[in-house]
Design a protein around this ligand. Structure first.
Ligand code: SAM
Length: 288
């Protein structure tokens, strides 16, 4: 059973501390106090986070904790906490564990009965969603998709019927490729909002259909730099649009009038269904 009881007697606490995603003023007072009070700071990149601590006038012992050493380091850190020391985990930016290291440590800490306390603050995903104007009652955060196109396409296909708003992190080098894959897997009409360089001097937003946003990125000389959150509207839930459409009927009518590829393209635009799914279905309808 898991409860929120304090650590086993004498043990310290593991604080999970969010740090800014650009604007240093987004660090909370509580985060500052916690960082000043702990015995040790575990950080993804100690040089990077050392600069933040220096800015705060805090001098602390720091331990590197990143994807490659997390398993090995966690045991040693938990020993220190079990011995009474308190530790703050921070990542390079934003909230630890959100596409950042920390899961192994937090899970092991909870299993050992060590108290884990979040100190909330900036998170690019939440900041982006809060101002995008897309539905937030349901969203699916998928982090970074695979870098390889085939694997990325498969994940997107698996999300094509998802009605929740989709949220991804992506590097500026791959953002256009991601949107092109979104267009083929989810259809050209999905609404997309991109949040670039949130909280920084050159914060920029792009919004529109997938096709519009790809065009806007091509037209913007600065789009190849900076950090991006990519948000995509969910699939239209069947029967909730102004008219509920029968995909098979739309396809059959179009196949009778148009070449197959064109029929699929138009059907995707009319129904909002994924082009690849419609193509598969069109072949079946044609055969049978
Ligand atoms: N833990 C972080 C958080 O809470 O958002 C995310 C870390 S993840 C390694 C880094 C990715 O988050 C970037 O590639 C980008 O997709 C997104 N990101 C971080 N800071 C951002 C910012 N200021 N504006 C837009 N996206 C940002």
């Amino acid at each position: 059973m898991h409860t929120d009881t304090p650590s086993a007697s004498g043990a310290g606490t593991l604080f999970i501390v969010a740090t800014p995603i650009g604007n240093l003023d987004d660090l909370s007072r509580r985060a500052e106090q916690v960082l000043a009070s702990v015995d040790l700071v575990a950080a993804e990149d100690t040089r990077h986070s050392g600069r933040l601590l220096q800015h705060l006038g805090v001098s602390k012992a720091m331990w590197p904790l990143h994807d490659h050493n997390e398993r090995a380091r966690s045991d040693a850190l938990l020993e220190r906490i079990a011995g009474g020391e308190s530790v703050a985990l921070i990542s390079d930016a934003g909230t630890p564990l959100i596409s950042d290291p920390g899961y192994v440590l937090v899970r092991a800490a909870r299993q050992r009965g060590i108290r884990v306390v979040p100190v909330p603050g900036a998170c690019a995903m939440v900041a982006a969603l809060s101002a995008a104007g897309l539905p937030t009652d349901r969203f699916l955060f998928a982090g970074f998709l695979p870098a390889k196109a085939v694997a990325r396409g498969k994940v997107l296909e698996s999300l094509s019927r998802e009605v929740a708003t989709l949220v991804f992190y992506e590097s500026p080098r791959r953002v256009v490729a991601l949107l092109e894959d979104v267009r083929s897997a989810l259809g050209a009409e999905r609404e997309v909002v991109l949040a670039r360089e949130l909280t920084k001097a050159f914060e920029t937003w792009y919004a529109g259909s997938v096709a519009d946003v790809i065009e806007a990125l091509h037209a913007d000389a600065h789009s190849g730099k900076g950090e991006y959150v990519v948000m995509v509207s969910g699939a239209p839930s069947s029967g909730q649009g102004p008219v509920a459409v029968d995909g098979d009927r739309v396809l059959s009518l179009l196949i009778a009038e148009l070449p197959l590829k064109k029929a699929v393209k138009v059907a995707a635009e009319l129904t909002g269904l994924a082009r690849n799914d419609l193509y598969q279905r069109a072949l079946e309808l044609k055969d049978g």
